[in-house]
Design a protein around this ligand. Sequence first.
Ligand SMILES: Cc1cc2nc3c(=O)[nH]c(=O)nc-3n(C[C@H](O)[C@H](O)[C@H](O)COP(=O)(O)OP(=O)(O)OC[C@H]3O[C@@H](n4cnc5c(N)ncnc54)[C@H](O)[C@@H]3O)c2cc1C
Length: 383
Amino acid sequence: MNFEFTDEELMLKKTIRKLTREVLEPAIKELGDDQPFSKEFVLRMFKEVKPFGFLGTTIPEEQGGAGLDIKTWALIYEELPYELKGYLGISPNMARTIAERGTDYHKEKFLPGLLSGDKIACSANTEPNVGSNPSEMQTTAVLDGDHYVINGTKTFITNGNLADYISVAVSFDRSKGGKGIGLILIDREDTPIESRKINLMGFNQGDLAELYFDNVRVPKENLIVPEGDGYKSKLKGFHAWRCFVATDANALAEKALNYSIQYVKEREQFGKKIGSFQLIQGMLADMKTEIDASKLLTYRALDMVNKGQHCRIETSMAKQFATEMAVRVTSKAIQIHGAYGLTSEFPVERLFRNAKILTIPEGTSQIQKLVIGRELTGKSAFR
Ligand SMILES: Cc1cc2nc3c(=O)[nH]c(=O)nc-3n(C[C@H](O)[C@H](O)[C@H](O)COP(=O)(O)OP(=O)(O)OC[C@H]3O[C@@H](n4cnc5c(N)ncnc54)[C@H](O)[C@@H]3O)c2cc1C
């Protein structure tokens, strides 16, 4: 397996790192730490990143996309500020689904706003009683004339308050379990959906919501993934997204290491820089080793996704290892900073909070281990 990146990939990464440092991070800082983003601000950020392909991603250029491959997209996504990743992961992903699976009507109605950066999307799967096992979905859609009538509640939905477009997973027939699930698109301007904000540790600038569907009527042509394909299409999407979350974790951990290296060169105790103490160096060595191991797992998994290879074990190992690694590394960064590390005046406590939440979405660490175990033994331990 060759982990060398092409000159073009490295150049792109460098360009995005510069954009992040010079434009995106200063704009976020100007708002003030941990201040929720307004819709206007998110759309402004969309416009900043649009020229680099973040909205059009893997959609072919002839369809108005950027024509990137998954690996290149992930490599540049890794360089974005953490605070923007929810917004800049989900909306482009809806655009991809529409470009790949949508009808002409879907493409005309939903694609232009997503590609131009004027619309925000969310993907609503999780429910109050249905987290790790989507096949038990309780939100239902029933055809009534020219409309589907949707009933249910979705929770922990990234971008759920600000989103203009919602992709909602529904069961058309609960007796069929996962085989009864499909996806329906909703334009909130035509079909208003009530929501409430959920406050989550480490996610203050993100938008997380509970969405309420109470006899919501949606035109039947908004069905994008029919009954039976919804579960399969979600599982397929997971492989790439697990790698994307792993890149988030790696980036956070790397930041924590860099802050720690800087700190140990400045902080003095016992008349010496703390960076000269062996136990401090030991922590830095463990951090660096874990980050590199995690990056190698992540890039290998990404490369396999990119090539369309069978990679369930590899993507689950990358997601599980990277996110748990980021918790360990950011925790060590706090330890290295002593009490200062626990204060909001230093960035590492924030990185720790950010890292912890990554062990939950796109399949918890436990679910990743069950996937790996199932692939190794041929036996499912999910139930
Ligand atoms: C930041 C963030 C963003 C999110 N964004 C979205 C979004 O945009 N759209 C969306 O639909 N959802 C989203 N989610 C929800 C996320 O997908 C769910 O939280 C996740 O699937 C887990 O479900 P749950 O929280 O209900 O936990 P549960 O499934 O209730 O799990 C609770 C615990 O039990 C463990 N567990 C469950 N089943 C098993 C088993 N078989 N064996 C062993 N252990 C098990 C889990 O690992 C966990 O430790 C988001 C969550 C977070 C934190």
